[in-house]
Write a protein that binds this ligand. Structure first.
Ligand code: HEC
Ligand code: HEC
Length: 364
């Protein structure tokens, strides 16, 4: 069942790519085979009968493929208990923000990144940065900032970095880039960004969605599935042995169908990955701009038709390739890692305010 669906999806993806890339045929083309994408579940359909796998605890298992990308074990839109709750609409607002960040809050999202691009199944998928049960772990010490972080502080940090809010919604370069006409804006181009804070309506709503995902969990008790997107210590490839050229080969073989030769993402059904590099991607102060952090995601969550097939080593090379491409610079890097030791793979911090990190560059 899953295998069939996977085949159909592969074919559909190939068809989408072919359709997108080839010029329109001059003469009457032979009839194109109609390939169905997996049927996108409608709200309220997720339940034991709608999928063929068992959940891993509260999560969609990482071994399922992109056919399960639409599954939501906890869906606030259809959860009837929220109708009667005072905070029901706030939670739903947070969920919409999580699932479609650039359109739900353009003022804080100059990038093309949606929270759910990285936290798959809206934070409810195993080994894809799941957030179920996370809210109760805050406040928690944040090593990068060297202080205690509330859940709201953490979400603000995601906006600054993963959503690149620091570059502002009216940045001319970004607006033009979004329209497909401009080159990468200068790395330090900042046009009076509008920055979220812990009281912003969007942050409060997102925190409500994440707290909803943590109802029933004991605060302070670390869920077993949290922070497990890690390459084992003894499989880490030393930075100077990371090979972006090898990574590019893997990218061309296993990633390009959905992420595109330009890394900007291809429409797959109603889903589209966020830009892996370029002006609309996350900035170089984000977690995913670190080699081992990205590899820990890619290793288990991608390629989406066969998650888990990459070796620890290949996950690191392909991540090195993606990180070697240009991306916006986070302008406040000098404020990070003031007290706690800086992780070895925080390449952009070690190389200065570069907008592309190449692992073969000698480390200072
Ligand atoms: C570019 C990828 C990316 C995007 C986009 C992104 N995140 Fe994250 N997020 C991460 C990574 C990586 C971590 C670190 C996870 C770990 O340590 O295992 C993280 C961690 C978190 C945490 C802490 C989880 C915990 O258990 O400690 C929260 C909360 C969070 N993100 C919320 C958000 C929200 C809300 C958004 C959208 C505004 C967002 N993220 C967008 C990559 C991303
Ligand atoms: C079948 C399509 C498909 C393939 C193949 C695929 N991805 Fe993805 N990828 C996605 C989708 C879709 C998302 C966003 C998920 C969502 O929004 O639900 C994603 C998200 C990501 C993200 C999170 C950040 C972003 O920009 O969205 C990274 C990093 C990533 N993929 C890397 C890879 C790598 C590396 C490979 C190859 C080893 C790969 N992917 C292969 C479909 C695919």
């Amino acid at each position: 069942m899953l295998t069939l669906a996977r085949l159909a999806l592969t074919a559909a993806v190939m068809l989408l790519i072919t359709t997108a890339c080839s010029p329109p045929p001059e003469e009457a083309a032979p009839p194109t085979a109609v390939v169905e994408l997996p049927r996108i579940p409608q709200p309220g359909e997720f339940g034991p009968a709608s999928h063929t796998y068992e959940l891993t605890g509260p999560l969609v298992p990482f071994t399922t493929t992109m056919v399960s990308a639409w599954d939501l074990p906890q869906d606030p839109i259809t959860d009837p208990t929220l109708d009667a709750r005072d905070d029901g609409e706030l939670i739903r607002r947070g969920f919409r923000l999580f699932r479609d960040t650039p359109s739900e809050t353009p003022r804080f999202t100059p990038s093309g990144m949606t929270c759910a691009n990285c936290h798959l199944n809206s934070g409810q998928r195993e080994l894809a940065l799941p957030l179920v049960g996370s809210a109760g772990m805050f406040p928690e010490r944040n090593g990068r900032a060297g202080r205690m972080f509330s859940l709201e502080d953490r979400i603000v940090g995601c906006f600054y970095r993963s959503e690149n809010a620091v570059h502002g919604p009216d940045n001319g370069g970004l607006a033009a880039a979004r329209a497909g006409v401009a080159p990468v804006p200068a790395a330090d181009a900042i046009s009076e960004p509008m920055l979220p804070d812990v009281d912003s309506e969007e942050i409060v709503a997102l925190a409500a969605y994440l707290r909803y995902l943590s109802e029933g969990y004991t605060p302070g008790e670390d869920p077993s599935w949290r922070k497990k997107n890690r390459i084992p210590q003894d499989s880490l490839v030393p930075l100077d042995a990371l090979n972006p050229a090898r990574g590019e080969e893997i990218y061309t073989e296993l990633c390009v169908n959905c992420h595109g030769p330009d890394g900007q993402g291809v429409q797959v059904g109603d889903k589209k990955p966020g830009p892996l590099w370029g002006p609309l991607s996350w900035n170089d102060g984000a977690g995913l701009a670190r080699f081992y952090t990205m590899a820990g995601f890619v290793r288990y969550a991608m390629p989406y038709l066969d998650p888990g097939i990459l070796s620890d080593e290949d996950a690191q090379h392909v991540s090195a390739f993606i990180i070697s491409k240009p991306r916006p610079a986070y302008p406040y890097k000098h404020e990070d890692w003031q007290t706690d030791p800086m992780p070895i793979d925080a390449a952009f911090y070690r190389l200065g305010n570069d907008s592309a990190a190449t692992p073969s560059t000698p480390q200072p």
